[in-house]
Design a protein around this ligand. Structure first.
Ligand code: MF3
Ligand code: CO
Ligand code: CO
Length: 275
């Protein structure tokens, strides 16, 4: 049970991979509208990653133990789909909420990030779920500094999401990332403050809360990948890859189109985050 400490050279490479992953989302954002299929978005992402970025889409044929190989280059999870949705030929419709999760490998290093998109005009409830989930991710990110513990991150996310009336998915979590897609530690999105591993400068992991409008229970579809809410309530997720710095954190999955941090993050912390 050891969490890798990345060298300054590793971190330079991880910044590049993180930026490229975010830039795929920037590119896709311009194409999301009613009538477009997630398969079309997957093809756009694949071609951009391979031919423009000179990188590799990490999900394609990814097959952890017990899984069939993932058949696409990005994950697209719509409405009550929690995560790992597989792109298909169903046209997006007005009011759908869509998570696109992009992981690229550049020069052997992984960058992993996801955002929510609202197709056309979203309902007030759908927009609130997407906003609260974004804020929940940031409540976790701002815990990150040397000496803090993983349980602080989970606790901050859980208390925020539950006080908004939502539930936190337990079965999937953030993860260490680097030369491997998923490595130690597991970053739970619930928990108790002051518990679990202590953060040290040079650790890199994702924070990627999945928040349900209804109950937290999930189930897996017969395709072996897609996770949905058992009660069919809406689910949202955002993800950043984050480095522990000497003074706090640095978000590695930043691009020109990255949404601004919520106001509660504050100027000072944002300055720490982007030195
Ligand atoms: N990108 C997802 C994560 O955040 C993992 C997707 S695995 C896949 O960890 F095979 F479905 F792509
Ligand atoms: Co991830
Ligand atoms: Co991801």
């Amino acid at each position: 049970m050891t969490i890798a400490i990345k060298s300054s050279g590793d971190i330079v490479s991880m910044r590049v991979a993180g930026r490229l992953a975010a830039e795929v989302l920037d590119m896709l954002a311009a194409h999301i509208r009613p009538g477009v299929t997630t398969q079309q978005l997957d093809r756009l992402a694949h071609d951009h990653i391979v031919h423009v970025q000179g990188a590799t889409p990490a999900p394609l044929n990814y097959a952890p133990p017990g899984y069939v190989p993932y058949p696409a280059s990005v994950c697209t999870s719509i409405n009550h789909q929690v995560c790992h949705g597989i792109p298909n030929d169903r046209p997006l419709k007005n009011g759908d909420i869509l998570n696109i999760d992009v992981t690229v490998i550049k020069d052997g290093w992984h960058g992993d990030t996801s955002r929510m998109f609202i197709v056309g005009e979203g309902s007030i409830q759908a927009r609130r779920l997407c906003r609260i989930t974004y804020e929940a991710m940031w409540k976790g990110i701002i815990q990150v500094r040397p000496g803090a513990r993983l349980g602080d991150i989970g606790h901050a996310i859980q208390t925020f999401a539950e006080s908004a009336g939502y539930s936190v998915v337990r079965e999937f979590c953030g993860h260490g990332i680097g030369a491997k897609f998923h490595e130690e530690p597991q970053v739970l999105h619930y928990g108790r403050p002051g518990t679990l591993d202590e953060l040290q400068p040079g650790m890199i992991f994702t924070i990627e809360p999945m928040i349900n409008a209804g109950r937290r229970e999930i189930r897996e579809l017969g395709d072996g990948w897609t996770i949905v809410t058992k009660d069919r309530s809406l689910s949202a997720q955002w993800e950043h890859t984050v480095l522990v710095t000497e003074t706090g954190y640095e978000v590695l999955t930043l691009s020109a189109g990255t949404p601004a941090a919520p106001a509660f993050v504050g100027e000072r912390q944002a300055a720490v985050a982007a030195p």
